[in-house]
Design a protein around this ligand. Structure first.
Ligand SMILES: Nc1nc2c(ncn2[C@@H]2O[C@H](COP(=O)(O)OP(=O)(O)O)[C@@H](O)[C@H]2O)c(=O)[nH]1
Ligand SMILES: [Mg+2]
Length: 340
């Protein structure tokens, strides 16, 4: 599994880039042609301009090309990239690099032509120094963009690897209601763990193979487990990026006092999640049926005011029916034929 920014790699600073290019240009062992000294000096300077120019222009172009096309990445990743570093800023920086690369290419061509006309050693040297100076100043002018990208890339590289094309069930509910237990219980293989921006905890990614194809089940500790109204704008945008992934949300309620959060708080979170993910179908599940009293379950059922599965993530009760409904809705979200 990969995410769009995993292959971007290292971005050098302006200073590093200049050192690399001019260092390589002067180290290059020139095959000096026989003939008068002017010819030999011109050959050496020509090689320097050629190499310095192509290393600089090539490196800049290669940084840009290792970035994904920001208009074409999945909206989930675009939104997260936007919260993390800003998509417009990224585009601007990449545009500046591309433009600089073209200017350096042009300088390279111009000075190589000029050099051909040079008749003296000192003129050849002057032209080469001038070419270096102008190329270096083009690179220095985009220094802030290189620095911005250097800073942005490690952040973007930490985005979780989630395949947005796979039908996705997101599990929400307060802390300790049994989200992790549920994801573990219904996943075919051991869930993967990934980091998520602006959360201290990792998200957990379970998979399940179904007759209709693979689905993923996301447990979001630290995201959908406490009031959204307590979040700052940035955290909230990171959380809401999940809307681009979620085909269905399973909201877990704990009817027992064991999770430590009263029913009213859990119901308030439910309303927040509902209104934050409009259009995403939601399935309610009352967990811990193995230890809940009948009275606790019926109190919750009544308060929910809509049908809910009664399950035990720990013992397995009700999981088959819950997952059947979730899987059906997840595939329907992807336009897969009705009747599943
Ligand atoms: N008795 C019982 N305990 C459960 C059930 N599901 C989860 N738990 C327990 O509740 C605690 C919190 O579960 P966890 O899955 O970590 O909740 P999360 O914080 O929502 O991910 C753990 O001690 C679980 O063993 C259940 O169905 N029955
Ligand atoms: Mg958990």
């Amino acid at each position: 599994m990969s995410q769009p920014f995993s292959g971007v790699g290292y971005v050098p600073s302006a200073g590093e880039l200049i050192d690399i290019a001019f260092g390589r240009a002067s180290r290059r062992a020139v095959k000096v042609p026989k003939g008068p000294v002017e010819t030999r000096v011109k050959a050496k300077e020509r090689d320097r301009i050629r190499i310095a120019g192509s290393v600089l222009a090539g490196r800049l172009r290669s940084i840009v090309s290792r970035f994904p096309d920001l208009d074409r990445i999945h909206p989930f990743y675009r939104e997260l990239a936007d919260v993390l570093v800003g998509v417009d800023e990224l585009k601007k920086a990449l545009g500046a690099l591309m433009k600089a690369s073209k200017i350096i290419e042009k300088l390279r061509r111009t000075y190589l032509l000029e050099l051909r006309k040079a008749t003296t050693i000192s003129e050849a040297g002057r032209l080469r120094r001038e070419a270096y100076g102008r190329m270096a100043s083009v690179v220095k002018r985009i220094s802030k963009y290189l620095d911005f990208l250097r800073d942005a890339v490690p952040k973007l590289a930490k985005l979780p690897s989630i395949d947005p094309e796979v039908p996705t069930i997101v599990v929400a509910g307060y802390t300790n209601v049994g989200k992790s237990s549920l994801v573990k219980a219904v996943s075919t293989a051991k869930p993967d763990v990934a980091s998520y921006p602006f959360t201290t905890k990792s998200i957990v990614l379970g998979h399940r193979d179904t007759p209709h194809g693979r689905i993923q089940i996301i447990d979001t500790p630290g995201l959908l487990d406490r009031p959204l109204s307590e979040r700052n704008r940035i955290e909230l945008q990171a959380i809401l990026a999940l809307k681009h992934l979620a085909d269905v949300i399973i909201f877990l309620v704990d009817p027992t006092p064991t999770c430590g959060f009263p029913l009213e708080s859990q119901l308030r979170l439910l309303e927040e999640v509902k209104s934050s993910f409009p259009g995403v179908p939601m399935i309610l599940a009352i967990n811990k049926a193995d230890i809940a009293t009948e009275e606790q379950v019926s109190t919750v059922k009544e308060a929910l005011g809509q049908g809910a599965h009664v399950i035990s993530a720990l013992r397995g009760d009700g999981l088959k029916e819950l997952m059947e409904e979730a899987i059906r809705l997840a595939f329907r979200g992807r336009g897969v034929a009705e009747g599943i």
